[in-house]
Design a binder for this molecule. Structure first.
Ligand code: CP
Ligand code: NVA
Length: 303
């Protein structure tokens, strides 16, 4: 069997993704009831991160520890990648020693190149284009709270960034409607939007996007690598802040979601993110459980 990777949500079928979500919920419940489960004993996960991370790094490292395996954290500066060793050679060498690789870096093409030369599963831990692991946790959160995400109406408000692209892929795979409100010049990539077909709608009016939706989602206005644009982005995005007034246009029981890290009183007011509709802590916790299901799926797949 050829090795499976998880670079975007489109690498798995809709059925496989739904199975993963159910499995994440089962693994979480078993762990909370005190059952030990160590399916990855003597397995090793390498983690190449050249961007900051709190949740992704910790959740993968803890997942491997709790599963009885081991994770090796590698910053590029500490490996020969940082001195120009080809990605292809690195992938080949790592394939002979470890059982899986998580990569967090700017260039999605770099992760694709690595995967193309890897004999072990490669997981995208965030690129400038996609952040699929976050969506596993996010969908798990909605399924836990609402029973299903299929048929839901979701609004994305803010930047058409890597998280927005992954929500678009999720809308396609899990069959929900996604309305996206961004300033015109920050729209998501047209190729990603077009591939999703009619489940996605674009607007530049946040009130239109959130009207009667079940879920409102946002993210930082300045992603990692865009720090120098912060001032301009703050001005461009200020009409897109998720505040109480905007939340009131959604359904009364709408959920507020954010992948974190959040910047209070920029993309979301403190009142909303720290309020009763916010499920951001459940999303963060579910990174651990959802990624355990992913590791089990990829690392224990029949060879
Ligand atoms: N949401 C998320 O991926 O967080 P980190 O950047 O802390 O990993
Ligand atoms: N869009 C954000 C997500 C962080 C998890 C970034 O890329 O920095």
């Amino acid at each position: 069997m050829t090795v499976r990777h998880f670079l975007t949500l489109l690498d798995l079928s809709g059925d496989e993704l739904r199975t993963l979500i159910r499995r994440g919920i089962e693994i979480k419940q078993a762990m909370k009831s005190g059952q030990a489960y160590q399916p990855l004993q003597s397995r090793t996960l390498a983690m190449i991160f050249d961007k900051s991370s709190t949740r992704t790094r910790i959740s993968f490292e803890v997942a491997m520890t709790q599963f009885g395996g081991n994770a090796i954290f590698l910053s590029p500066g500490s490996t020969q990648l940082g001195r120009g060793e080809p990605i292809e050679d690195t992938a080949r060498v790592m394939s002979s020693m470890v059982d899986g690789v998580v990569i967090r870096t700017s260039s999605h093409a770099m992760v694709e190149t690595f995967a193309a030369h890897s004999e072990i599963p490669v997981i995208n831990g965030l690129t400038d284009r996609f952040h699929p692991c976050q969506l596993l946790a996010d969908v798990q959160t909605v399924v836990e709270l609402r029973g299903d995400i299929k048929g839901s109406r979701v609004a994305w408000v803010g930047d058409g960034n890597n998280m927005c692209h992954s929500w678009i892929n999720a809308a396609r795979q899990f069959q929900f409607e996604l309305s996206i409100a961004t300033p015109h010049q920050y729209r998501p990539d047209a190729t990603v939007v077009d591939m999703a077909g009619d489940v996605v709608a674009l607007t530049d009016d946040p009130e239109v996007a959130v009207r009667d939706v079940d879920i409102v989602v946002t993210d930082t206005w300045a992603s990692m690598g865009q720090e120098s644009e912060k001032e301009r982005r703050t001005a461009d995005f200020s009409p897109f802040r998720v505040d109480r007034r905007l939340m009131q246009k959604a359904k009364r029981d709408a959920l507020f979601m954010h992948c974190l890290p959040a910047y209070r009183n920029h993309e979301v007011t403190a009142e909303v993110i720290d309020g009763p509709q916010s499920v951001v802590w459940a999303q963060a916790e579910n990174r651990l459980h959802a990624q355990k299901a992913l590791l089990e799926f990829l690392l224990l797949a029949p060879k």
